[in-house]
Design a protein around this ligand. Structure first.
Ligand SMILES: C[S@@+](CC[C@H](N)C(=O)[O-])C[C@H]1O[C@@H](n2cnc3c(N)ncnc32)[C@H](O)[C@@H]1O
Length: 342
């Protein structure tokens, strides 16, 4: 066992004694009055609690409090003056600052920033490509080019962050897909990217096989590296190219289809329905919708799939993944399509 701050050089400090019952009230009062020494940890003392302060008559030895991580404070140490961004993205050994951060500065010591934030590389987000590849246009400010290994909930994603965008905001959906009961299922991932959902399905949800459709070479490279990093390459078949061409070859084989494209995956709805086995399955439909459509869009989408597939179609769940922009939400509709009606 390691006791933080205990040892021969434990600091001595004045303190206020409190009964256990009142300790949290007195702690808060001392904090508000500015007399609390928060560098030191309160301790049990004379059947009550001794709370370290800056003033007082008696002194005691106290352990130091473990410092809470505070990356903003660490960044301020490296960039002592000027505005700092309010948030940034950490992917593997890389920090990506938001687009436009530090635009008026040419005096920043990026090595010091990397050291302060405990990473090897620093980059700046730029506009994501508007085409369907959603390619990253991030710029490297410090460190080496090349892939990152990003670990998230038991899955290792591998990709070049200067080629491929990684949406931290979709983490809840990646976790949700990893928790789906998909044991022994055959899955078609229509917009596989670097394996955002393919990898959780194979590593966490026990899928037997994923057919991963993807057309962007940099994403396919990341997908191959991710499959290998998670030792699931034998369970994935990559179908390179436009899914309008590749999905028709996957008719009648799937228990589940994932349609993870924004703002809309509508172009592949009929193909996804055709991929399902005759006995039926589940389709996860991603979409950006206006918040006032949250009631109507799921019903309309269900009706579309029921009409097209001639199958009994049920809404299982509507997942609100994130707010995409003001008034617009990224949602995922889980639909269950029944057996083909003869
Ligand atoms: C934005 S990414 C996937 C994002 C991921 N689903 C998520 O929610 O985080 C969409 C991927 O679909 C691929 N894609 C877009 N249109 C495609 C098409 N017609 N055929 C195959 N892949 C396509 C892009 O190359 C990209 O890698």
């Amino acid at each position: 066992m390691t006791l933080i701050g205990f040892g021969p050089n434990m600091p001595s400090s004045p303190f206020v004694w409190s009964s256990r019952k009142l300790a949290s009230v007195i702690y808060t009062e001392l904090k508000e009055s500015g007399d609390l020494n928060s560098d030191l940890a309160p301790k049990t003392f004379e059947s009550g609690i001794a709370i370290p302060t800056y003033t007082g008559e008696r002194n005691e030895d106290f352990a130091t409090s473990p410092k809470k991580p505070d990356p903003r404070r660490d960044l301020r140490m490296a960039i002592p003056i000027g505005a700092l961004p309010h948030k940034w993205q950490k992917i593997g050994d890389l920090i990506l600052f938001p687009k436009g951060s530090f635009s008026d500065r040419n005096d920043i010591d990026w090595q010091a920033v990397a050291t302060a934030l405990k990473v090897e590389r620093i980059g700046l987000q730029a506009t994501i490509a508007e085409d369907s590849s959603r390619r990253s246009k991030a710029i490297l400010l410090y460190g080496d080019e090349g892939e990152v290994k990003h670990y998230e909930n038991g899955v290792c994603y591998v990709f070049d962050p200067f080629q491929v965008m990684f949406s931290s905001g979709n983490i809840t959906e990646r976790i949700r897909m990893g928790k789906v009961q998909a044991k022994d299922e055959i899955i078609v991932d229509a917009y596989a990217g670097i394996g955002y959902y393919t990898l959780p399905f194979l590593t966490m949800a026990g899928a037997a096989q994923v057919h991963a459709c993807e057309m962007t070479p940099a994403s396919i490279e990341g997908l191959i590296r991710g499959l290998s990093a998670n030792s699931v390459e034998a369970k994935c078949t990559i179908h390179q190219g436009d899914n309008q061409t590749t999905m028709p070859k996957l008719r009648d084989i799937a228990d589940r289809v994932i349609l993870g494209l924004l703002p809309s995956s509508e172009k592949t709805w009929p193909l996804a329905s055709d991929c399902l086995k005759p006995e039926g399955g589940v389709i996860h439909v991603h979409m950006n919708i206006h918040n006032h459509e949250l009631e109507t869009w799921p019903e309309q989408t269900k009706e579309y799939f029921a009409d097209y597939s001639k199958r009994n179609t049920e809404i299982m769940h509507l997942e609100i993944v994130k707010s995409y922009s003001p008034g617009i939400s990224h949602v995922v509709l889980d639909l269950k399509l029944g057996p083909l009606v003869k």
